[in-house]
Design a binder for this molecule. Structure first.
Ligand code: AMP
Length: 631
């Protein structure tokens, strides 16, 4: 067996040889002529000259050998449905969806926006897009009209695929009114809206625009839509994520490099085998859903579970019952979900036979030691933390047990994954930190490995400026996370360097939340910060200055106004972005040059020392925050 250190070294020193080998894990229509073209950094191109197709690799290529095997297992504890699609059935469904999209005018290179709950048609739509060379742009179903409108304007989709409603905790959550409102708000008007009607929530149809999927599917029941062979560098999708500014970025991914990266990760990281079952509890609206609900497991010939519902309904044993029933071998979740399960019923695991399970993978937010210890002891299986981002599409740090079994350390996601040349950079000097236990910005020396973002959709300039400008003259990608490396080479992640917060594993931009709150008629100014939370990791806290302070001069009035402001956020961005509290102050802590002191506000909220305050304009402003949070 190769040692992991050698494996990692080779991935960087013999980049071409290493990734040419990994490329054998997928099917190519035309072989590539160059593994890595980095002649125009940071715009690295992988597998140049090769042609392939993501949907072919995820579906078609398995039909001959495992047509009758499980491919997509849909379980909804919201609608009490359970439906298993074999690879042959998935193949047929994807072609029905592809034929429907083509009939609605979708062509290669067009964008299709998917605003869907966790139902099989969402996966069919994604696969149908990549099948025909169109780009999907999935928007998380928890986002509301303003978030959706900004994504519609940026992606300019030909078609939107949506559904009447989702459901959460047994409560129907209508999607269609939010979509209609978003299209009313957006400048770009998609030509068609393809509606999956689940019969959960009646909706109004817009004549000439809205199409019914049941009817179109029926029409294309026997559709045969061949896969469009695309260049390895052809974009497969865009996925929006939050950053420092209010405007979300469209992370653009390629085809060939992504397929190879995912296939390799199933083998080296996620301990999968073809024919086994993978269960990721994420949502297709997030990158984990793209990589490890839809594409990764399917590309590797595994069955994947798509779960609609809460982890604790009907009870906290539901996920473990699925592990037992479908003999799940690899499971992927987030620390918040594990904390919720522990709180609800710590003994739920023991009710089920979990012998099929090889490991539980956790990602998306810091994994705290009590949670890691509890789940590790309760499961009696390895718990493998992995750190990555929407931008990279697959893990940057973890323990690659598929290469060599290595110990995990509590609090650390692990070591740099093969293909990633991870560095720590001093924020002030831009110098690389090579010693142990020095805090720096986690960065990756380019080129990034296959599968990572190609650019920001239609904004190369923003891609370069945002991610690649930390060390002038060098091709170094910034993750915007603080990190530290110990003597043994394990990295620890210490939180974001920018204004991004992580609420229950969901990445949110505080600037977006501030913009939304500011749209309330009585808000003059607002600061939103992320504050540590026992259950969710972080929650958003807002401090607002009012135009008319008399609207909040009694506790009752303040509470009412707080509720009204939260409603604005719910309606514009979605409940996922709602701050835990909105507090009112007469002035916000700022520097003399007018910059908001967000880090100082955050420190005070967390009961920490706010640090150097020599530049603060009005010290009483921070005192107001302190008084409110009881510090
Ligand atoms: P997203 O793009 O939504 O996947 O969010 C990426 C961000 O989540 C990273 O930049 C980190 O701040 C955080 N994150 C993801 N995984 C981990 C992890 N395993 N440990 C600590 N933070 C994480």
């Amino acid at each position: 067996m190769t040692s992991y250190a050698d494996f990692h070294r080779r991935s960087l020193q013999d980049r071409e040889g290493f990734w040419a080998e990994q490329a054998k894990l997928i099917d190519w229509q035309q072989p590539f002529t160059q593994v890595c073209d980095n002649s125009r950094p940071p715009f690295t191109r992988w597998y140049v000259g090769g042609t392939t197709n993501l949907c072919h690799n995820a579906v078609d290529r398995h039909v001959a050998t495992r047509g009758a095997q499980n491919a997509l297992i849909f379980v909804s504890t919201e609608t009490n449905q359970e439906r298993v699609y074999s690879y042959a059935e998935l193949h047929a469904e994807v072609q029905r969806m592809a034929a429907s999209l083509i009939e609605l005018g979708v062509k290669k290179g067009d964008r299709v926006l998917v605003y869907m709950p966790m139902i099989p048609e969402a996966a069919f739509a994604m696969l149908a897009c990549t099948r025909i060379g169109a780009l999907h742009s999935v928007v998380f179903g928890g986002f509301a009209s303003v978030s959706l409108a900004s994504r519609i304007d940026d992606a300019e989709p030909t078609v939107v695929v949506s559904a009447d409603a989702g459901s959460r905790g047994g409560k129907v959550v209508p999607y269609k009114p939010l979509l209609d409102e978003a299209i009313a708000l957006s400048k770009h008007k998609p030509g068609k809206v393809l509606m999956v009607n689940r019969g959960l929530s009646p909706f109004t149809r817009v004549a000439g625009r809205d199409e019914d999927y049941t009817a179109l599917r029926e029409k294309h029941l026997n559709a045969q839509v061949p896969c469009e062979w695309v260049d390895a560098t052809h974009p497969s999708y865009t996925l929006y994520t939050s950053g420092t500014t209010g405007k979300p970025k469209g992370v653009q991914r390629d085809t060939g490099g992504y397929a190879v990266a995912l296939a390799a990760s199933m083998k080296h990281i996620f301990l999968g085998n073809p024919g086994e079952t993978y269960f990721s509890t994420s949502d297709i609206g997030w990158v984990v859903g793209h990589s490890y609900i839809v594409y990764g497991p399917l590309i590797y010939g595994m069955a994947t579970i798509m779960y609609e519902g809460l982890p604790i309904r009907p009870d906290a044993a539901i996920w473990w019952s699925l592990v037992e029933k479908y003999k799940v071998t690899s499971m992927f979740s987030a620390p918040t979900a594990i904390r919720v399960l522990k709180k609800q019923d710590p003994a739920a695991l023991s009710k089920h036979d979990l012998s099929s399970l090889r490991a539980l993978f956790l990602a998306g937010e810091p994994l705290d030691e009590p949670t890691a210890k509890w789940i590790s002891e309760s499961l009696g299986k390895p718990i493998i933390d992995n750190y990555w981002q929407t931008e990279t599409g697959w893990p940057i740090l973890t323990i690659c047990n598929g290469v060599e079994k290595q110990a995990s350390k509590f609090g650390s996601p692990g070591k740099p994954v093969y293909g990633y040349d991870v560095k720590l950079i001093d924020e002030n000097t831009g110098q690389e930190l090579t010693g142990a236990n020095q805090k720096g910005v986690v960065a990756i020396e380019g080129p990034l490995p296959p599968g990572c973002m190609q650019t920001v959709w239609r904004d190369d300039d923003r891609f370069v400026k945002t991610y690649w400008s930390s060390i002038p003259g060098r091709q170094v990608y910034s993750t915007f996370d603080w990190g530290i490396r110990d003597e043994d080479g394990y990295l620890f992640i210490l939180g974001r360097t920018d204004d991004v917060i992580n609420v229950a594993g969901h990445r949110l931009g505080t600037r977006e939340i501030e913009e939304s709150i500011s749209s309330h008629a009585n808000v003059a100014e607002v600061a939103v910060v992320g504050v540590a939370d026992q259950l969710k990791g972080q929650v958003a806290m807002a401090f607002a200055v009012l135009k008319d302070a008399s609207q909040a001069d009694t506790p009752e009035k303040a509470l009412k106004l707080e509720g009204a402001i939260m409603k604005v956020v719910d309606e514009q961005l979605g409940a996922v972005a709602r701050p835990a509290r909105v507090r009112f102050v007469s002035v916000l802590p700022k520097t003399r040059s007018g910059k908001l002191l967000r880090r100082a506000i955050q420190a005070v909220c967390e009961g920490r020392d706010p640090g150097d305050l020599t530049t603060i304009e009005d010290p009483s402003a921070l005192q107001q925050v302190k008084d409110l949070v009881g510090g």
